[in-house]
Each structure stands twice: as C-alpha cells, then as structure tokens.
Write a protein that binds this ligand. Structure first.
Ligand code: NAI
Ligand code: ENO
Length: 295
C-alpha cells in the first residue's frame, strides 16, 4: 500500500469547494489518513455530519487544526488571512497551510507577517466551481480536467509544493505554478470580469420598466440565460473577490469599457468591418478553447 499524502487533513469551510474535496477524498481513502472538518456555522457542520464528510466534525477551530499535517482553508477570500493568522501560531511544525481562494496578492500581503519558517504556505486555486454554494452543492468530479493554479510562497520547500500538486492531481485537476500577481491578472480576465458583467447585465434588465422586465424573463433566450446562471453566485464570495482583486479587476474592466465603447462607435457609424472583425475574434477564441479542451 502506498503512503498517504497526509496523515491528517483539516478542511476549514466544507462549502461547495471544501465538500467537493472531501467527497473525492471519501472515495480515495488511501490518500489521506484522518479527515477533520470545521466551520463556524452549526448548520453547515450538521450537514457535513449527515453527509459523512469527515472523521471528526467540530466547531472548535483550534482543536481541528492543531494536529493536522495539512490545513486547507476553503472559506471566502476575506476570511482567509484572519483565519490563517489565528491558526498559524498553533499549527504543527512541518505542516502545510493551503487555501483555495480566488484571489492571491492581498491574502499573501496580509499573511506574510504571520508566516513561520517551519510551515509551508502553498495556496492552490482550482479553476472550477458552480453558482451554488454550501456542503450540499459539492460533488466529487468537480475538479476533473480543470486547472488548479498553485502560487507557493517563495520560502515554501519544494517537497510541500510537490505534495500539494500531487493532491490536486488526485482531485483530477491539471496544475500550473505561477506567481501571485500573474494569477490575479489572469483570474481578473477569465473569471472576475465575466462575473462582474453578469451581475451588471442582470441589474440592467432589472431596472427596465416593469412591463418590459417581465418580458425579458419570459423571452430570455440562451444569451441572457447564460448570464443569469453566473449572476446567481454567492454575494459574500464575490464581494470579497472584487474587493481583494481591485487593481487587476479595475484594469481589465477599463480595457473592456474601451472595447465596448469602440463597438458602440462602430455600430453608431455603421462600420461593418469593425463589427464583423470583433465577432469573428470571439468565434476564434471559442473555437480554440474547445480545441484545447479536446487536447
Ligand atoms: N464557488 C466557486 O465556484 C469557487 C470558489 N473558490 C473559492 O473557494 C472558497 C470557498 O468558496 P465556496 O466553497 O464556493 O464557498 P461556500 O460559501 O460554499 O463555503 C464557504 C464555507 O466557509 C464557511 N466560513 C465562512 N467564514 C468562515 C469563518 N470565518 N470561519 C469558518 N468558516 C467560515 C461558511 O460557513 C461556508 O460553509 C472561496 O475563497 C472562493 O473564492 C475557488 C474556486 C471556485
Ligand atoms: O461557475 C462558474 O462559471 C465559475 O466561473 C466558477 C468559478 C468561480 C470562482 C473561481 O475562482 C473559479 C471558478
């Protein structure tokens, strides 16, 4: 039998992401010895127990983390640094601290003064999720064939980075290592801006006159429907993402606004060439995305 990757893993926050990790681990008992689950919400803990997500399910954060070989924070971005700074002093020497947060730089900056030389900080962000949240929303195949972006602290030992990589491969993901700022720029473009646009477009539809608004919903074709799926995402999670990735997000939003204004100009002036070119570029991007997925 192969050695487990971690004797004891503690998941803080068994919501969509945490419970998906735990479900997969339940199906691969050889990967981790003991699973400890903690959350600040009693209802979440009751669901975690009912779903049999952990060997130990407790509301005592300190007790949950102190003997773990790896602590994985699966809480909203704004809660990561406060929890990490509280648990770092009591974590076991040689343990790994990781989180699945959707943003990096502000967390790293807040955490750096609290880091210990004998604990490796190796965040890993799975680029997979849904608009649902909570322990019941998770599923074991969520990470299959999806990317997981690993952004290790520069003092993290290679062995710890390799372990976290192996962990996410076992979750079914492909991994890529990158630095925090690069991560934030990429995610601002591929994830945070699309969510911002989805929330905004639903708001725009909602501010239409009452009679038109109900027609928008009655006749919603796939375009608007796709936006509403994304716009159904959790407000706390996305508030934290927007505020913690402010600079990168405002940067791509600015570029997007300029491009939208250029498209408006082209429509106003009847510039067919620019309109067709812009649409064709979209089609090319969609095609190459599908080809990459098949590869
Ligand atoms: N939802 C998604 O599609 C994805 C989310 N992420 C990131 O993963 C993290 C978790 O997201 P989800 O699983 O969607 O959230 P979720 O809302 O489903 O679960 C979060 C859990 O954290 C708990 N929690 C919140 N504050 C806490 C605190 N101070 N102490 C202890 N527990 C606390 C909540 O009670 C909840 O059970 C976030 O940082 C998010 O940015 C990453 C990839 C995809
Ligand atoms: O549901 C969707 O379309 C998503 O884009 C899920 C998602 C949300 C946040 C992330 O940091 C990564 C993936």
């Amino acid at each position: 039998m192969t050695e487990p990757l971690f004797d004891t893993l503690c998941v803080v926050g068994p919501g969509l992401i945490g419970s998906s990790v735990l479900r997969r681990l339940r199906a691969m008992p050889e990967l981790v010895g003991t699973l400890i689950v903690t959350d600040r919400d009693r209802d979440v803990l009751a669901r975690a127990r009912a779903l049999d997500l952990g060997d130990v399910v407790t509301d005592d954060l300190d007790a949950a983390v102190k003997d773990a070989d790896c602590v994985m924070l699966c809480v909203p971005v704004g809660a990561i640094a406060p929890i990490a700074s509280r648990i770092l002093p009591i974590m076991k020497s040689g343990a790994i601290l990781t989180d699945v947060g959707s943003t990096r730089r502000s967390i790293v900056d807040a955490l750096t003064p609290h880091l210990r030389t004998d604990i490796a900080y190796v965040p890993a962000h799975p680029m997979a999720g849904t608009e649902h949240s909570g322990p019941d929303a998770g599923f074991a195949t969520l990470f299959e064939d999806r990317w997981c972006l690993i952004t290790p602290d520069r003092n993290a030992p290679e062995d710890a980075v390799t372990r976290i990589g192996a962990f996410w491969h076992a979750m079914g993901a492909r991994t890529r290592r990158m630095d925090a700022d690069h991560h934030d720029t990429i995610c601002a473009m591929v994830s945070h801006l699309p969510h911002l646009i989805a929330f905004t477009i639903c708001g725009t539809a909602d501010t239409l006159a009452e009679d038109m608004r109900s027609e928008v919903l009655d006749f919603a074709a796939s375009g608007f429907r796709d936006f509403t799926r994304i716009a159904a995402s959790d407000p706390t999670m996305w508030r934290d993402i927007f505020l913690n990735n402010r600079d990168a997000l405002l940067g791509v939003l600015d570029r997007f606004s300029q491009d939208a204004a250029a498209m408006a100009d082209a429509i106003r002036s009847g510039d067919e060439e620019t309109i067709v070119e812009t649409i064709e570029r979209g089609r090319r991007i969609r095609r190459s995305l599908l080809e990459n997925r098949q590869a």
